[in-house]
Design a protein around this ligand. Sequence first.
Ligand SMILES: [Zn+2]
Length: 208
Amino acid sequence: MNDSRSNSILEDRVLQAGEEWSRVLAPGQILRIVDLEGYQAVDFLCYNAKDPAERYNAADTMKINGSIFIGKGAKIYSDMGNALFTVIEDSCGRHDTIGGCCSNEANRLRYGAKDGPNCRDNFVRALTRHGLGKKDIVANINFFMFVPVNPDGSMSVGLDAGHSSAGDRVELRAETDVLAVLSNCPQIHNAVNNFSPTPIRVTVFDRT
Ligand SMILES: [Zn+2]
């Protein structure tokens, strides 16, 4: 873990539960996400900032890394076979690639819930700032979220809380000019946030 005092901080903020965030990072800049209280899912998308038609591809990222989980050393690949980010630090160990984001539609189907805060709407809100929108949402990463898959192929999003603890962090190094978009998941209908969404800290820095 690197002490932030040795880094050049470009942005440092706490996002409350349900808030979204986006930023373009230059190559070499680092995005640190800290799960301040534990058991908090952070839904994440990324794009080639210079050509957003190129974006994160979940299947290729799983295939090339050889795992359905993302952890330290994993690269986050685009649909053009380029690494957008490398995971350079990770105190949690496993991050989800298959559960996708929560939405009003899914919450209605799964829980009979009325419309409320959700990651899909957050993604749309953030993407709109960058000239993108609903059609640009693809299968996303969920940092700190845990979706176990059983030997028979069964899986369930939301039965298990994540296995992150307070202060767990992940650090992503931009490998090109990357637009990063994230939603600090407001889900309250299942266990992904342990039924109580909490704040995260997002820091962008250059390592000197
Ligand atoms: Zn969510």
